[in-house]
Write a protein that binds this ligand. Structure first.
Ligand SMILES: Nc1ncnc2c1ncn2[C@@H]1O[C@H](COP(=O)(O)OP(=O)(O)OP(=O)(O)O)[C@@H](O)[C@H]1O
Ligand SMILES: O=P(O)(O)OC[C@H]1O[C@H](OP(=O)(O)OP(=O)(O)O)[C@H](O)[C@@H]1O
Ligand SMILES: O=C(O)c1cccnc1
Length: 476
């Protein structure tokens, strides 16, 4: 396992050094949350918790790290000694991977000695922001594909090895069914899948020979790439010839892949030709810079597509390549006294929600229909209630006060066991995520102009925020 403990910003170490000196007995709680959803969606699919836990399990500093720190000549010898004997003493709470989460609600919290909690900021954000971004993109693509499987094809266009490997993991959490990335398939037990490249076709004297050679080698995996020369006049007819030969040898042809041109027209014509030749079960796979807008359009046009192969737009989240999750101080604790903290900024949108908190998902009583999330203070236990005054957590919302009349509540943030070595499989996370999505109002899931799902604060939390806001002087 790689040691990622130095994957942080210098200032985290510099602050930790100072905290060890000036606030050695202070505990802190930080919240991870985001303010805006990529692609103007309404939710983010939380992903990356397993890699956060693994990074924290392996959080230590080697002799070589210590020697390097000495060359920087920035921090006290006592602090370097503390790092040399570093023992992580933090508690984590988090939502389960795959959970749809909404703006401003914590998806992970860290409590522990302030120096330690500060040191973890960059690493935790790096992991969660990346995987949650790609899982969210994959969910959008899966929504657009409406039940047709998505194969992840992005390794060659990913921004380096880590984004290919962990991006694939996240893509499966968000709904992809398989991957062409062999390392990710092996690492996370994801079905490995693939067809062939144009080079295979080009390397043989003609297309028919190339298809025959492939089907001799892979008689049960004959997804033939039909667009190297001419889809309708050469690719599909040659594929049909080889499918007939395969059938005579007792094999079931898989189908074709189209990777260029007017996909709707080509898929429609290819479908007719395959059906007429007696291969209605042969699948049509489409690839070529697909995203959720193109997929929606293709399906609206009536393109008879069975599978989508999606690379660059998924693995890079090309249309919205950043998830700006943040890590903000919520409270400090000294001598058993908890002091909630707030960050006020010139932009009202950036106001933080102070205090140690709980996050609940609220359901219509006796149903699995969620209608809002609720952030409460740590000591507030919310059970099914018939009347609760709440406030919209969006500082920009105009009508902030609401009364909830009846609901069931379920805790979303749960304690994480840092010693664990057993994790749910990515497929199991995908399934749980789908169940959680099915609980949300359908209108929050549409790709364009989704309904805003309310995230409320309890009256006590809202009051605390208002009090701290009025006491605080605007800070950067
Ligand atoms: N009927 C269609 N409706 C909407 N988008 C389509 C349709 N057919 C193809 N596309 C998409 O349009 C984009 C451009 O397609 P085009 O075939 O011109 O790609 P290309 O990259 O120029 O071709 P090539 O791969 O041969 O270089 C691709 O993202 C493709 O998925
Ligand atoms: O377009 P994506 O969603 O990333 O899907 C993966 C692409 O990778 C391959 O293309 P290749 O590298 O051969 O390039 P080209 O087909 O674009 O020329 C494949 O044929 C797809 O077109
Ligand atoms: O297997 C495929 O068809 C494939 C794999 C990666 C990229 N494009 C296509």
């Amino acid at each position: 396992m790689r040691n990622l403990s130095l994957l942080t910003d210098l200032y985290e170490f510099s602050m930790a050094n100072g905290f060890q000196h000036d606030l050695p007995a202070t505990q802190a709680t930080f919240d991870v949350f985001y303010r805006r959803v990529p692609d103007a969606g309404s939710f983010v699919i939380a992903a990356g918790l397993q890699q956060v836990i693994e990074a924290l399990q392996n959080f230590h500093f080697s002799e070589a790290d210590l020697a390097y720190f000495k060359t920087l000549d920035l921090w006290d010898p006592e602090f370097l000694n503390y790092l040399a004997n570093f023992k992580l003493d933090c508690q984590i709470q988090a939502v389960a991977e795959g959970t749809p989460v909404f703006p401003r609600e914590p998806l992970l919290t860290v409590t522990g000695p302030i120096a330690q909690t500060q040191l973890l900021e960059t690493l935790i954000l790096n992991i969660l922001n990346h995987q949650s971004l790609i899982a969210t993109k994959a969910r959008r693509l899966t929504f657009a594909a409406s039940g047709r499987p998505i194969m992840e094809f992005g390794a060659r266009r990913a921004q380096g090895p880590d984004s290919a490997i962990y991006g694939t993991r996240a893509a499966v959490i968000g709904g992809a069914k398989s991957t062409s990335n062999v390392l990710a398939a092996k690492a996370f037990n994801i079905p490995a899948a693939g067809t062939m490249a144009h080079s295979w076709i080009e390397a043989f004297p003609d297309e028919l020979t190339a298809f025959r050679k492939w089907s001799e080698r892979y008689p049960d995996n004959s997804a033939l790439l039909v667009d190297t020369y001419d889809v309708l006049n050469s690719g599909v007819p040659n594929a049909i010839t080889v499918f007939q030969e395969l059938r005579e040898r007792g094999h079931q042809p898989v189908g074709i892949r189209i990777d260029s041109g007017d996909v709707t027209m080509l898929a429609q014509q290819a479908r007719k030709m395959l059906n007429a030749a007696g291969f209605p079960e042969a699948k049509i796979t489409i690839s070529n810079a697909l995203d959720e807008t193109i997929i929606t359009s293709l399906l609206q046009q009536g393109a008879p597509i069975d599978n989508f192969g999606i690379g660059e737009k998924l693995i890079t989240s090309a249309s919205a390549p950043v998830l700006s999750g943040v890590y903000k101080l919520a409270a400090i604790e000294q001598n058993g006294h908890v002091e909630p903290k707030i960050k006020v900024s010139a932009s009202r949108e950036k106001l933080t929600i102070p205090g140690k908190k709980r996050v609940y998902r609220l359901y219509r009583p006796g149903t699995k229909q969620a209608f809002a999330d609720l952030i409460a203070l740590e000591h507030e236990t919310i059970v099914g209630e018939s009347h609760l005054a709440v406030f919209n957590s969006d500082p920009l919302s105009v009508d902030r006060h609401h009364v909830l009349t009846a609901f069931d509540a379920q805790l979303l943030l749960k304690p994480v066991t840092l010693t664990t070595t057993s994790y749910p499989s990515v497929q199991a996370i995908q399934t749980t995520s789908q169940h959680q999505l099915a609980e949300l109002p359908r209108a929050t899931q549409r790709l364009i102009n989704p309904d805003v799902y309310p995230v409320y604060m309890t009256a006590a939390l809202s009051q605390l925020q208002t009090e701290l806001l009025s006491q605080a002087t605007p800070a950067d």
